[in-house]
Design a protein around this ligand. Structure first.
Ligand code: G3P
Ligand code: CA
Length: 252
């Protein structure tokens, strides 16, 4: 393996549960995290964004409309308003009462029950907003168990300036002409492309590995895709079907 964070010994892939166990439970909630942990995922992936009053919350979309019983942009809602929302009923009646977690709550849950976090800084953030995220990680004593990824180059630059010890992954929908060059420029531990884009240009992986950079592919949910990704030496898979990938890994 190109670095110590990825690919457990004897296992084809590090298994990363996309938004928690998002095929089985409401995404980005503590129950989705718990199911992913019980299913054996190595890492939980989640998305962080600030409330109007600057509290980092775990939510994917820029509005609460799809995944809660409320409406509006998360950046226009206070922490108290977000905490009043139901984040489970849209997924199924058994999840009524589930809340949108704060980053602090999510990290506290991982610290006490076990697990690591692949934290996506979602959308544009100011340097102060990134500093708040890092302070929460420090306060929750989770440095060493959090990996930061983002589509936003600025968010990765701010993270490196503020906490160079945090491992970084760059999310890409299409591949860079020279993935190694941008990995060096941004001090990446991992290069995290769309899995189908990676399958179309697998020759990028060997030079990344030679440069000490791991490759994490998203969001890949079928055994046929896992098999193709294994053949090209992908390190980690971000998937909605983490427990199935854990089983696939162990049968490999
Ligand atoms: O972890 C990769 C993946 O989460 C990126 O896409 O939209 O699900 O955040 P999205
Ligand atoms: Ca994400």
């Amino acid at each position: 393996p190109p670095n110590g964070y990825l690919r457990p010994e004897g296992s084809p892939f590090t298994v990363i549960a996309h938004r928690g166990a998002s095929a089985a439970a409401p995404e980005n909630t503590l129950v989705a995290q718990e199911i992913a942990r019980k299913g054996g995922a190595d890492w939980i992936e989640n998305d962080v964004q600030p409330s109007k009053d600057g509290i980092p919350f775990i939510l994917h979309d820029d509005t609460v409309d799809r995944t809660t019983d409320g409406t509006g942009k998360i950046r226009n809602l206070t922490a108290a308003q977000i905490k009043a929302l139901d984040a489970g009923s849209w997924f199924g009646p058994q999840y009524v009462g589930e809340r949108v977690p704060t980053l602090a709550e999510q990290l506290a849950d991982l610290r006490t029950r076990g697990g690591n976090l692949l934290l996506e800084i979602k959308g544009k953030h100011t340097k102060d907003e990134v500093a708040t995220i890092i302070q929460v990680i420090r306060d929750e004593q989770m440095m060493g168990r959090v990996f930061v990824q983002s589509f936003e180059v600025d968010a990765l630059k701010y993270t490196y300036e503020l906490a160079p010890e945090l491992p970084l992954g760059l999310l890409r929908s299409s591949l860079d002409a020279d993935p190694v060059a941008i990995s060096k420029e941004l001090h990446l531990t991992a290069y995290n492309p769309d899995g189908n884009a990676l399958l179309a240009r697998p020759e990028v992986i060997a030079p990344l590995h030679a440069a000490g950079v791991a490759v994490m592919a998203w969001t890949m949910d079928s055994a046929s895709l896992w098999q193709r990704l294994e053949r090209i030496d992908t390190d980690a898979i971000i998937t909605n079907r983490a427990s199935e990938l854990v089983g696939w890994n162990s049968a490999f």
